[in-house]
Every structure is written in structure tokens, then in C-alpha cells.
Ligand binder design. Sequence first.
Ligand SMILES: C[S@@+](CC[C@H](N)C(=O)[O-])C[C@H]1O[C@@H](n2cnc3c(N)ncnc32)[C@H](O)[C@@H]1O
Length: 223
Amino acid sequence: MIKQSRSAAQSRFPDRGAALERYRMRAEGYDGELALFEPLRQEAISRLKLRDGESVLDVGCGTGLSFAPLKALVGEQGTIVGIEQCPQMLNKARERVQAHGWHGVRLLSEAADEASLRGQADAAIFHFTHDILRQPEAIAHVMQHLKPGARVVATGLQWAAPWVWPVNLFVWSAAMYSVTTMDGLDKPWSILATFLRDMDVSTTWMGSIFIATGTWSGREHEV
Ligand SMILES: C[S@@+](CC[C@H](N)C(=O)[O-])C[C@H]1O[C@@H](n2cnc3c(N)ncnc32)[C@H](O)[C@@H]1O
């Protein structure tokens, strides 16, 4: 049994135990909760500019909601590697893969900073993975398994401008429910930005959701 820290969401650092417990409880109803955000997933995936036969890392893949649109782009010969630390979320992803009979989908039941990745992929997506984006070790580990020039897309919640406080109320309540650190919510992509070149960040949902796009610079990086 994992003990959940009451103050986990206020901590400066992601809390793995709290995240595991949170997503253990959310796994069953997760897909329904995300329905409203699906157009954003399509937009994020289109920015990966995936081609037939390519490989993509889905970091913090959850229940595998991105797999169908990713598979549609990389095709039969393409590869998806889903990295997910919560076993209950990953079980849902596994059921999805089996139900569709997809080949070329590898699922890693591990934390992003220590996932047993092999080789170098063409692209990576971090879709609503704030906790992972606040861990430089996790980003560095993922980058080591990307080809230089690989396309990277990240999305998630961020604080909107202070005067749109009702929007920030939404950000606060959604973050309290989904992440274990509020650290960096003003620029959730800031650590990722140090690894990428040609970074472009746009926002939607009245500034409460960002989409960051860039390419892995391929250079040595100290964390
Ligand atoms: C909000 S969900 C997003 C899931 C999926 N990317 C999607 O778009 O639906 C965040 C996911 O990240 C996973 N996660 C959080 N920290 C992680 C870590 N350090 N390593 C791997 N997965 C992690 C959680 O278990 C959860 O499934």
C-alpha cells in the first residue's frame, strides 16, 4: 500500500508514491475524463510530423490514448514505445493494444528516468505529463534515446495570465487532481527547453494549456 503525502501537490518535486496512488485510482475512468481534451491530442500528434515506419516514444503514456493516432501515422512497420510507471494505467494500455491487434508497440512498466529504452527513436511525445517534465533526469534519459534532430512535443496545463483568475482556478483544480508538484506551472516546458532547439511554445484554452514543439539538439547535457 502506498502512503499518499497530504502535501504532495504542494511539494517542489514530483512525488512518485503520490502519483502512483493517484493514477491507480483514476485508471478505470481515465479515458472518459480526457474526452474533452482529445482535439488537443490530435494537434500535438500532428506536430510530431511522423512518417511511415518511424519510431516514437510516448512518455507517461497512461492508458494509451495516443496509440491509435500514433499508429495511424507510423503504420504497420512503425514502432511505439509506451513508458508508464503506474501498473493500472499500463494495464489499460496493454488491453488497448491487444484489442486492436497492433504490432510494434512496446510497453515499459517503469518510471521515465530509468526506463529500459533501446536504440534511438525519431520522435517523443509528453502529453499531459507535468511531473515528468519537472524531472531533468527523466528528460535527459529520454533524450539519450532519441536521434539527434528528433521531433519532440509536450503539452499540459500552465498558469494563464494572472488577470484571468477564473481560468487559473481551472488550472489549479485540474493540477491538484493530476500532478504532484505545482513547481514550474508558469513554464512547465522550461527544463525541456534546455534540451531542444527551435523550440516553439503556443497556448490554447485561454492560455491554460501549452503545446511546446522542438527538436532534440543531440548535444551533451548535464543534469
Ligand atoms: C495525466 S496522465 C497522461 C497520460 C497520457 N500521456 C495521456 O495523454 O492520456 C499522466 C501519466 O504520467 C504517468 N507518470 C507520472 N510520472 C511518471 C514517471 N516519472 N514515469 C512514467 N510515468 C509517469 C502517470 O502515471 C500518468 O499515467
